[in-house]
Design a protein around this ligand. Sequence first.
Ligand code: SF4
Length: 157
Amino acid sequence: MPEPILVSACLLGLHTRYDGAQKQDKAVLDYLSANDYLPIPVCPEQLAGLATPRDEVQFTEGDGTNILAGSGKVATRSGLEMSTAFVHGATETLEICRLTGCQTALLKERSPSCGVHMVYRQGERVPGMGVTAALLKHEGIALLSEQDIPHSSSAGK
Ligand code: SF4
C-alpha cells in the first residue's frame, strides 16, 4: 500500500504560487513514483485563505522557527505583516498531515511557508525554514525539499 506523503502543491504542478504559476518538478514526480508514495498536495498559503495570485511575501525578521516562537515576521513588499495568516496556514497543513497519516513532507525550497533549508529575508537568500516547515518539524514530521532529490539536469530550479 502506498505511503502517504505531504507535498507542496506547486511542486506537483498545481498553480498555487503567489504569482499564479506552478513549479512542477519531474525529479520530484519520479521520486514519488519510484518510492511508491501517495502524494497529498497542500498549499499552506491557500489553506490560510490567501488569494492566488497574491502579494509576494518574505521574512523581514528571523524565519519560521522564530515566528512560531513569537519573534520573526513575514510581510508583503508593501509592509503588510502576514505572520498570523502564515501560522494559520501552517496549522491547517499540520491538520491535513495528521488526517492523512503522513510521516514525511516534501516541500518547496525557499518559500516563506514551505522552505526547508533556505528562505528569503529582505531580498537575500539565507539559511532558515518556512513557517509550515518549522511547525511540521516541531511536530516530528520528517522533511525534505526538492533540493534533496537528485536532479539529472537543471530542472526544478
Ligand atoms: S505556499 Fe508552498 S505549496 Fe503554496 S505555492 Fe508556496 S511553496 Fe508552493
